[in-house]
Design a protein around this ligand. Structure first.
Ligand code: ACM
Length: 274
């Protein structure tokens, strides 16, 4: 199976241009699964919630999803793409999973970063996996990476490939995703963006460095930190079904969940208040 990151440089608010550019990049490299950055169609730095609402799309009928569906149908491929999603009065920082026959599903970002908390509603889909032909994928969006529980849950739910649309501004996630891959024996695809945005009194630079990692944490293909780029890696998802870490250590069977109860408590006293 060929999986690809598509590293783009969207211009804020120019949805048609951003989608055209992403599709041109995708057309330049053959893959079975393409992963695009977070909010790849809109750009990132919304001035406020009203501006995000004006650019948000319905994943069942919006412009961006229709264009991606046409590509997926033409190529017989799957696409995971960040989407500024409108759902009634709510707006989510989401990712859509699209296949040759249409929308497969939606994941809404669980862990909002910085001022995203003023723009988006917190994701309410929970952590989900999606069955594609030949592999099961899970989706995390950008800052979700910092919560290792999220990736673990997806692995326990059977995800073999973690698709990770991102707009990373800190320098840590690419390294951390190699560890997420290793500790869960999953493939990961981080599709980050490049470029900078200066709007509403803020400036952010995005770090590129998109990558595909193998189940041992090795980087199979990675992008630079500046240009637009597609990177494709050949993977065997069956490797991610084998959770033996050594001949006597199984990543899931050797866990001690009775020691981890505090993880599922909303408030656990001095552990985090201290
Ligand atoms: C991020 O979650 N966009 C850093």
């Amino acid at each position: 199976m060929q999986i690809a990151f598509v590293q783009t440089s969207p211009v804020f608010g120019r949805v048609r241009e951003n989608v055209d550019r992403a599709l041109a990049l995708m057309s330049s490299a053959k893959a079975d699964l393409y992963v695009l950055p977070e909010l790849f169609h809109t750009g990132y730095l919304f001035a406020d919630r009203a501006e995000a609402r004006s650019l948000a799309e319905d994943p069942t009928e919006g412009f961006t999803v229709r264009r991606l569906q046409k590509f997926a149908a033409g190529q017989g491929a799957y696409v995971v793409a960040g989407l500024c999603e409108k759902a009634g009065d709510r707006i989510f920082n989401s990712a859509v999973v699209i296949g040759p026959h249409g929308l497969v599903g939606v994941y809404r970002k669980s862990h909002l970063f910085l001022d995203e908390k003023d723009i988006f509603d917190p994701g309410d889909t929970g952590l989900r996996t999606f069955a594609l032909p030949g592999c099961r994928i899970g989706v995390l969006i950008c800052f979700d990476w910092v919560f290792p529980e999220a990736c673990r849950v997806l692995a326990l739910l059977g995800a073999e490939v973690i698709c990770h649309p991102s707009n990373l501004v800190l320098p840590y996630a690419q390294r951390a995703m190699r560890t997420r891959a290793l500790e869960n024996r999953v493939f990961t695809v981080t599709a980050n963006r490049v470029g900078a945005e200066e709007r509403a009194g803020k400036r952010l630079s995005f770090t590129g460095g998109s990558q595909v990692t193998a189940v041992d944490g090795e980087v199979l293909v990675e992008a630079g930190h500046e240009g637009e780029e597609v990177g494709v890696a050949e993977i065997d998802p069956a490797l991610a079904r084998d959770k033996w870490f050594t001949s006597r250590n199984h990543l899931f069977a050797d866990r001690r969940p009775e020691l981890y109860g505090v993880l599922t408590q909303k408030e656990n006293g001095s552990c985090w208040r201290a």
